[in-house]
Design a protein around this ligand. Structure first.
Ligand code: G3I
Length: 343
């Protein structure tokens, strides 16, 4: 049999192809999975292990064990690592909840960035320095950082990261920042960083979209507008949800039981949805190729459907099918359509 074609090879001259990696994958618990990852991807982002709750569990305690393993994994398999993420309002260490002064938040913020970005300088290719700082209307999201440090915390985070990691690329990352209002807020944030003469190298559009509703026009406008700021544009957490988000909603049908409504396709995706998913991925990659001078990386949020966070969101125990490979790492129609663009 022919070996399965490789995404990273097909798009080699266009942009990097990345995946999120979980603990089992980083620890290489299954050699077949490792070989598959090494064949398909040349970039990776840790799905959880570099988030502050995990990497900085106590005031003066850092846990670099898994992150260091990831760095080794990258070296061994020729995969560039994107650190995720230094400053995020979510998955914070529990001790941060007990901090109620500006001084102490500033100390945490400064120490965290210096220590973590410093530890991985020369070892990771890039950092998502700040993640998800914006609301849908483009204003700043409520967070412990906004509350105690004010809006400048974003610029400050990049300043500290630049000092600790002068050779590492530094990115702002968010979801829905291809939507016009949020994009305007994102552009304003980036301009502030640039006006302060602080370095920012790129912007990540996460790309958590929904089947049949991928906002291609907004995505293209965003690629152009972000690139016009002199930034690299990346799609950093790509997946296309095929399950209804409002699982009690009308689009699932009224005669289904509650369980069927929440998990409508427990064994297989209906062909019509499979085809729509394939068409959506094809259209997206067509657009990425059209703008390959601006788009530097496309990262999927998981290797295969079984890895996806969407199996557990908005409720646990669903069976979702948002990626290019099925639960046995077999290519889906979406993979074929994407690869056909390079034939
Ligand atoms: O590791 C524990 C395990 O010990 C425990 O038994 C289990 C029970 O709940 O939880 C496990 O931790 C979970 C972790 O994923 C690892 O599976 C957390 O509860 C769960 O909250 C966590 O979810 C992650 C989520 O971020 C947290 O916000 C997802 O894996 C991860 O895919 C998701 O990724 C985010 C990006 O970082 C930022 N953009 C959105 C994206 C999707 O939400």
């Amino acid at each position: 049999a022919q070996p399965m074609p490789s995404l990273k090879d097909a798009f080699k001259k266009d942009f990097g192809i990345g995946t999120a990696l979980n603990n089992a994958q980083i620890e290489e618990r299954d050699p077949k999975t490792t070989a598959f990852i090494a064949r398909q991807f040349n970039m990776a982002t840790p799905e959880n292990i570099m988030k502050s709750a995990l990497i900085h569990p106590k005031w003066d305690t850092y846990n670099f064990e898994m992150g260091d393993k990831l760095v080794e994994f990258g070296k061994k398999h020729n995969i560039k690592i994107n650190g995720h993420t230094l400053i995020w309002h979510s998955q914070l260490p529990s001790f941060v909840r007990g901090i109620h002064s500006q001084d102490s938040i500033r100390t945490f913020f400064t120490n965290h960035i210096k220590t973590v970005a410093g530890h991985y300088e020369g070892k990771v290719f890039s950092w998502d320095v700040v993640n998800e700082a914006l609301n849908e209307d483009g204003t700043m999201r409520k967070s412990v950082f906004l509350q105690y440090l004010g809006e400048d915390f974003v610029t400050e985070a990049f300043r500290l990261a630049q000092q600790a990691a002068p050779k590492t690329e530094l990115y702002y990352n968010d979801y829905n920042n291809e939507q016009p209002a949020k994009r305007a807020g994102c552009i304003a944030l980036i301009r502030k960083i640039q006006e302060a003469k602080v370095r920012i190298d790129g912007v990540g559009i996460q790309g958590h979209w929904h089947v049949g509703k991928v906002p291609l026009k907004d995505i293209e406008e965003s690629i152009n507008q972000y690139a016009a700021l002199g930034l690299k544009v990346m799609f950093t957490e790509l997946d296309i949800e095929v399950l209804p988000r409002n699982f009690q909603g009308a689009d699932v049908g009224q005669r289904m039981t509650a369980n069927e409504q929440s998990n409508p396709y427990p064994t297989a995706l209906p062909d019509s949805v499979q085809q729509q998913l394939a068409a959506d991925y094809e259209a997206l990659f067509k657009l990425f190729l059209k703008h390959k001078d601006k788009v530097t990386r496309v990262t999927f949020w998981g290797v295969n459907d079984g890895d996806s966070w969407l199996n557990n969101w908005p409720i646990r125990g669903r069976t979702s099918y948002p990626l290019l490979f099925d639960r046995s790492n077999q290519p889906k129609p979406a993979f074929e359509r994407v690869m056909a663009l390079k034939k």
